[in-house]
Design a protein around this ligand. Sequence first.
Ligand code: 4AD
Ligand code: MG
Length: 435
Amino acid sequence: MAKLVHAAESAKYVGKEVTLRGWVYRKRESGGIVFIVLRDSTGLVQIAVRKDAVDEASWKAAEDTSIESSIEVTGVLKQDQRSPTGYEITAKKFANVHIAEPFPITEYQSPELLLDKRHLWLRSTRMTTILKLRSYVFRYAREFLDKHGFYEVTPPLITVAGGETGADLFEVNYFGEKAYLTESSQLYVEVLIFALEKVYSFAPSYRAEKSRTTKHLAEYWHLEPEMAYYDINKSMKLQERLVSYIANKVAEHEDLLKVLNVDPAGLKAIKPPFKRVTYEQAIEIINSKGGNLKWGDDFGVPEEKMLTENEEKPIFVTDWPRELKAFYARPNPKDPRTVLSDDMQAPHGHGEIIGGTERVWNYEELMQRIREFEQAKGIKFNLENYDWWIDLRRYGSVPHSGFGMGMERLIKWLLNLDHIRDAIPFPRVINRLKP
Ligand code: 4AD
Ligand code: MG
């Protein structure tokens, strides 16, 4: 039996008989030879099936095969400059595992069709490359936190307590009771620092916001570290090291980045420290570029672009107005107008990749913030749903900070993608629930 190998191992097996399994990427026939380019998870390799060199069944299979059919080939590998992959397998045996129907995706297709046929489009070189890099980004994020003494923890995703504004939640019928898909696991990771001190959750978050932008998903992957005894400055130092670590490690994948036209040098240059501007300074920068913001306004897509278009590294925006951040954000003791908070903005207008705060850890102060929140929003806070979280401020409370990083936002920036939906295999956006 010939050895079962992958396309990317071609160089290692020149002169040897090998077997490969894959899918038909290209096919053409010329003068008694069928040329097939086989695609597998590692890359491409050309196969030549010659009528006079194979048995009848193999020849028929080669003639019958079609784009995206699943195939198996056995033959001798050789180097060949004429092959588009640099290597060619002279087939001894060729078989279809399954013959594909005419493939619905051809060369030029609308973005809408590619989304409808997402389950097939994910096989493309572009999507395969993004999927690999996404997997690496997830790996490096975990690797960094694991190396720095964090425990990974798993929060529930069905909850009664929303973390943020409470307005953007997907409702779930929980055995007749009203529940929600979580929009942040923060409240649960806060619980777990009292057991494990430094923790992170890596899970989806759900936002029912109706934003139709290139940066919003209804379901996204959210990395949420939470650290006992960290103030906001220590948390920001951790954030910039985490992001730099991931960017620098991704930069090592030069072959993959080349497919997406991303220059690894730019990613290698991402190093701490990142620039820090206060919210007030950010407003000045934005207004000097034609923006029209006043104290208390949030940033939209155009403002984020004005702020970061000339940056090469992410920047922090700190000291946000207290009314713009959630009830758990700790007021700034030096300036009661603001809370101890940071947003990390990616360069070139890719948007906010991290939101972080130092948390209110004093019971009285938390109740005060909640009353303030109720007044500002004109709603009644359902304390019953949060009593467990409020309890943390009653039993051995400690100062602490944490942050949330949107993985698809991070990937969109690192890989310079036009739209966040390509950063995730099955995007959930306002008008799409399938596939
Ligand atoms: O700024 P956000 O809303 O902060 C929180 O949820 C905090 N509770 C996190 C924490 O402190 N543990 O969200 C954090 C990040 C944003 O900076 C952004 O990167 C991402 O989550 N994000 C989204 N990503 C994709 N689609 C959306 N609709 C997103 N909304 C937020
Ligand atoms: Mg935010």
